[in-house]
Design a protein around this ligand. Structure first.
Ligand code: KG4
Ligand code: ZN
Length: 364
């Protein structure tokens, strides 16, 4: 089965053609990230305008790339579109202006090509980034999934395709949002996750710090210790908004030592990353142990974080857990249409175009 996926929930415009939910024949992602760097964050109207500019070229490129898999050029594109079985589109959650671009385009193509649409929840789409991996084994159920993105931090229990139980999530800021907001306070730019990770990587604390700073740190004068919110509670609630307040307070206390490229900024970025990843790993593995699942799937933009991936692997090893741990490659962690087409294949809820609408508030 061939599915054309379309994803436009935020600042990425993406289209992909996926075969049987596992094999990516093409994937194209256009991001308006550069534009949002100038404003230090996403302004929804700007994101929607960029979606409009990109959507048709992105879909065309994805179709052309996928059609190169078929014989008989130049009719192969026509051959491909006539062989597409369904169009999958993200219907929410996300920014309404951005979502509408993908949803209305999908409906138009569905009407013209006479193909059904599969509406996909973006959060569930992220989970299926772990399934569009033809070379790996298919994840087995039951599974715990951690969805950690710019707008969401959720833990869910998957019993089978289409049957999931929401275990818990953030009470305030999402993990990605915590990266983004603390990066902004530290003057590290947007998006914050990769910026914090890069700053943290510059630091090998003990060896690289100038002697004066090292002494001050050793004497406890510059000790940076951020909270690990809600770790002491045996539940699946997360809370990350306190981190940004703690970072702000720290910077306001010692403004002179936190220059955007300085070592102390890197030290604080390092601690931000440690705090967020500690909480994500602990809470997720608590869910794995409580529900005794054989499979753990992590996904969403924050799953691109190298330190998070490393910590999960280390902890699973240290605890000797009998667990299949799946994490998508970096380009499938952030928003993309291959995961949407993958989810559509496994969920298979085909609908006619007039039954589809965008829902920015959609949840699990
Ligand atoms: O899943 P995603 O692309 O979009 C949403 O659905 O929100 O996630 C974007 C989020 C942003 O907050 C970004 O800072 C974060 O993922 N992110 C990262 C990394 N790459 C992206 N966070 C930590 N480390 C990264 N390497
Ligand atoms: Zn996302």
């Amino acid at each position: 089965m061939l599915i054309l996926g379309i994803e436009t929930s935020c600042d990425e415009t993406s289209a992909a053609v996926v075969k049987d939910g596992r094999e990516i024949l093409s994937i194209v992602v256009a991001s308006s990230e550069e534009l949002h760097k100038k404003t230090g964050g996403i302004i929804p109207e700007n994101a929607a305008r960029e979606q409009i500019k990109s959507i048709l070229p992105v879909i065309e490129e994805a179709l052309l790339k996928a059609s190169s898999n078929f014989a008989n050029p130049p009719s192969n594109l026509q051959h491909l579109t006539s062989n597409i079985d369904a169009i999958a589109v993200t219907v929410g959650p996300g920014l309404i202006g951005s979502l509408l671009v993908g949803v209305e385009t999908a409906k138009t193509l569905s009407y013209l090509w006479k193909k059904p649409i599969v509406p996909v929840n973006h959060l569930i789409g992220h989970i299926y980034a772990n399934f569009v991996r033809e070379k790996l084994k298919v994840p087995q159920f039951p599974a715990v999934a951690l969805v950690a993105s710019g707008g969401h931090t959720d833990l869910v229990l998957l019993e089978k395709h289409g049957e999931l139980k929401w275990l818990g999530g953030t009470l305030d800021d999402a993990a990605g949002e915590a990266f983004d907001k603390t990066a902004r306070i530290l003057g590290l730019g947007f998006p914050g996750g990769p910026a914090i990770a890069a700053a943290a990587a510059k630091l090998k604390i003990k060896n690289d710090l100038p002697a004066m700073l090292r002494k001050a740190m050793q004497a406890g004068k510059l000790k940076i210790k951020l909270p690990r919110p809600l770790l002491d509670r045996n539940n699946f609630d997360f809370s990350f908004s306190g981190l940004k307040t703690a970072v702000l307070r720290e910077v306001q206390k010692n403004p002179l030592i936190y220059s955007p490229n300085g070592l102390m900024t890197c030290a604080l970025a390092h601690e931000v990353q440690e705090a967020i990843t500690d909480v994500l790993v602990e809470k997720t593995l608590f869910a794995v142990k409580k529900y005794k699942v054989p499979t753990l799937l992590i996904c969403g933009g924050v799953a691109a974080n190298f330190r998070l991936r490393e910590k999960f692997q280390q902890k699973i090893f240290d605890l000797n857990l009998d667990l299949d741990f799946f994490v998508p490659p970096i380009h499938l962690c952030t928003d993309n249409a291959a995961m949407i087409a993958g989810a559509a294949y496994f969920l298979n809820e085909k609908l006619p175009w007039h039954k589809i609408s965008a829902n920015p508030q959609l949840h699990f």
